[in-house]
Design a protein around this ligand. Structure first.
Ligand code: NAI
Ligand SMILES: N[C@@H](CC=O)C(=O)O
Ligand code: NA
Length: 450
């Protein structure tokens, strides 16, 4: 990227903070496609500096551009756009506030930061009428933030349902299709550059929860933070759960569900939740596998939309970062502005107790007369209607036959019920002597019937 052009157009100065999986690809494409990007922007991009931790590594970038001091880049006169690809919260947060308050546009992929501090960052951007772009923060390469912020700004979004974490989808897809080992598949996802620096963020649902918070905030024009999102990860999902899913012609996906709920008093609230769920094989999201993501948006005027693509990986994510960079750079050339953030609706966040869905409960019970009736009575006592029941005898190894009590595996699929009623039912069953263990409770989503 040159610092001047034959036409004398002032270049748009870019600083990149972090040159890891995503940053490396962003800089590669910036360099390889410099002319095309300049034509689209109306001016060339000029890489002013790259913040890295290790200055000694050869990164294919002019060593003169490398710095271990990201703060030195964010307020430089010759920097117009700051691209943050470091991750984490405590280090990038002050850096990006400083950049925005100096009128630099910010492009970031940092969902953990945005899920907590979008309001503060947006306010800083407004204070100097500069831009905050973050398409890469949710669902990698998939353009879903832009459509929600811009294309659907005139519609009434009712629900956003998606697979928004590539690492867990890669793991669950492998477990479901080949019975792959959880730990080995997670290690492979890290090797492929899908997982966060700490993969706990992925497998315990924190990453998906951060993305759900961002989606809910934009879709419902309200402030939803990661802490507002009900979150379950996938580490408890077992091969037996997949066997059960197959028996029901279902698969298991980690879903992010953001929706407006009508409360009993007629007011609206926002529910945002992330959990592994059974999904019928006929559902469009059931065929989203590997590190792919997909987001289904349901809106009053548009109806149902689905956005699909690679949700993780350095190159796919770089696509979204580069798109934002072009937009931010064009705005610097043309004095335009990115779509703003509006939390005017200020809807309250619903508690999980206000959510109702369907549940698949698996338990080990004594195989003797009256147990089935006892279990059914507990569901009935808590107002949970049973849709299907399945009981199979448990086979014991020869060596355990003499001492083993006849035991059965009992599976109950419910009709729609409240989280509270289901939780109370499970607690009551756990207290029953005839129920030795509740082996799993998984919600069933994507089924329109009650
Ligand atoms: N990997 C992926 O598929 C996606 C990642 N993201 C997000 O993009 C961001 C970057 O992700 P990755 O590139 O995968 O992470 P990474 O861990 O591969 O790269 C981060 C880089 O930033 C550097 N860094 C961290 N703190 C620094 C500091 N104080 N000074 C200088 N350098 C520093 C690290 O040394 C590392 O090279 C994260 O916020 C992540 O959540 C978003 C979408 C997809
Ligand atoms: N670790 C994340 C990266 C993209 O956001 C994921 O697996 O989706
Ligand atoms: Na995206």
């Amino acid at each position: 990227m040159s610092d001047a052009t034959a036409s004398g157009v002032r270049p748009v100065g870019v600083a990149v903070l972090g040159m890891g999986t995503v940053g490396t690809e962003v800089i590669r494409y910036m360099t390889e496609n410099a002319e095309a990007l300049a034509a689209r922007i109306g001016a060339p991009l000029a890489l002013r500096g790259v913040a890295v931790r290790d200055l000694t590594r050869d990164r294919g970038v002019d060593p003169e551009l490398l710095t271990a001091d990201p703060a030195s880049l964010v307020s430089r006169e010759d920097v117009d756009v700051v691209v943050e690809l470091m991750g984490g919260i405590d280090v990038p947060r002050p850096l990006l506030l400083e950049a925005l308050r100096h009128g630099k546009a910010v492009v970031t992929a940092n969902k953990a930061l945005l899920a907590e501090y979008t309001d503060e960052l947006a306010e800083a951007a407004d204070s100097t009428r500069t831009d905050l772009y973050f398409e890469a923060a949710v669902a990698g390469a998939i353009p879903v933030i832009g459509p929600l912020r811009r294309s659907m700004a005139g519609d009434q979004v009712e629900r956003v349902l998606g697979i928004v974490n590539g690492t867990t989808n890669y793991i669950l897809s492998a477990m479901g299709s080949t019975g792959a080992d959880y730990a080995e598949t997670l290690a492979e996802a890290s090797r492929l550059g899908y997982a966060e620096a700490d993969p706990t963020a992925d497998v315990e649902g924190y990453d998906a929860a951060a993305k759900a918070a961002i989606l809910a905030s934009i879709a419902f024009h309200s402030r939803v933070t990661a802490g507002d999102v009900y979150r379950e990860g996938i580490s408890r999902i077992s091969p037996d759960d997949f066997a059960s899913a197959r028996d029901m012609d279902c698969t298991i996906k980690l879903l992010a569900i953001c929706e407006k709920l009508q409360r009993e008093d007629g007011t609206e609230a926002v529910s945002a939740r992330v959990y592994p769920a059974l999904l019928p094989n006929t559902h469009p999201l059931a065929t989203v596998n590997g590190a792919f993501n997909a987001v289904v948006v349901e809106a009053e005027a548009a109806g149902r939309l689905m956005f699909y693509g690679q949700g993780a990986g350095g190159s796919p994510t770089a696509s979204a970062v580069l798109g934002d960079m072009v937009a931010a750079a064009r705005n610097k050339v043309d004095s335009g502005r990115a779509p703003g953030e509006s939390t005017y609706a200020a809807l309250p966040v619903a508690s999980m107790d206000e959510v109702s869905t369907r549940y698949h409960v698996r338990m080990r019970v004594a195989d003797k007369p009256g147990v089935l009736a006892l279990v059914a009575a507990e569901f009935s006592r808590h107002g949970v209607s049973i849709a299907q029941v399945r009981q199979t005898e448990v086979e014991f190894p020869e060596s355990e036959m003499d001492d083993a009590e006849p035991t059965a595996e009992l599976t109950v699929l419910t009709h729609r019920a409240s989280e509270r009623a289901l939780a109370d039912t499970v607690a009551a069953l756990s207290d029953q002597d005839a129920v030795s263990v509740i082996t799993s409770v998984i919600r069933l989503e994507g089924v329109d019937t009650e």
